[in-house]
Design a protein around this ligand. Structure first.
Ligand code: ZN
Length: 145
């Protein structure tokens, strides 16, 4: 059965990220500076290059892929929660090349912004806290207590 907590929307921040900034770091810094501990994020734009990863479920480790060319951010969907008391952004991204071929995965540091427009929805409610999950080896939301 699905486990969940009820959260309430507080506000929505819309803006753009710095040209040349690291996509994941810019979003994380935004949450730190605005004291966002719970929320969801979406964005679109373009990157100069990208670094994404795929979680190898058997090996329980991320496999990284670097794409050293310009790409469109056709979709970025993620959330904000807490890990070790700090806001952490978990986001997946789909990126398209000049032919429309797409690459997708878990966004990693090393993705450099060309232009990026974001929408960050901030929620109030009990904090969702990431903790080691035995079944997956991932830092997932702890849903009980
Ligand atoms: Zn992920």
């Amino acid at each position: 059965m699905a486990e969940f907590k009820k959260v309430e929307p507080v506000k929505i921040l819309m803006g753009r990220l710095r040209h040349g900034g690291d996509l994941l770091e810019e979003l994380t810094e935004l949450c730190q500076k605005q004291n966002v501990q719970l929320g969801r994020v979406e964005a679109l734009g373009a990157v100069k290059k990208a670094r994404i990863c795929f979680y190898e479920q058997k090996a329980r480790e991320y496999r990284f892929t670097t794409l050293n060319h310009p790409l469109e951010i056709t979709s970025l969907v993620g959330n904000v929660s807490l890990k070790d008391g700090e806001p952490v952004i978990h986001t997946h991204v789909t990126l398209a090349d000049e032919s429309g071929n797409c690459y997708g995965g878990h966004l990693a540091p090393g993705t450099i912004v060309f232009a990026c427009e974001f929408t960050l929805e901030v929620f109030a409610g009990p904090a969702l806290v990431r903790d080691f999950d035995k079944a997956t080896g991932l830092p997932l939301w702890r849903m009980s207590n």
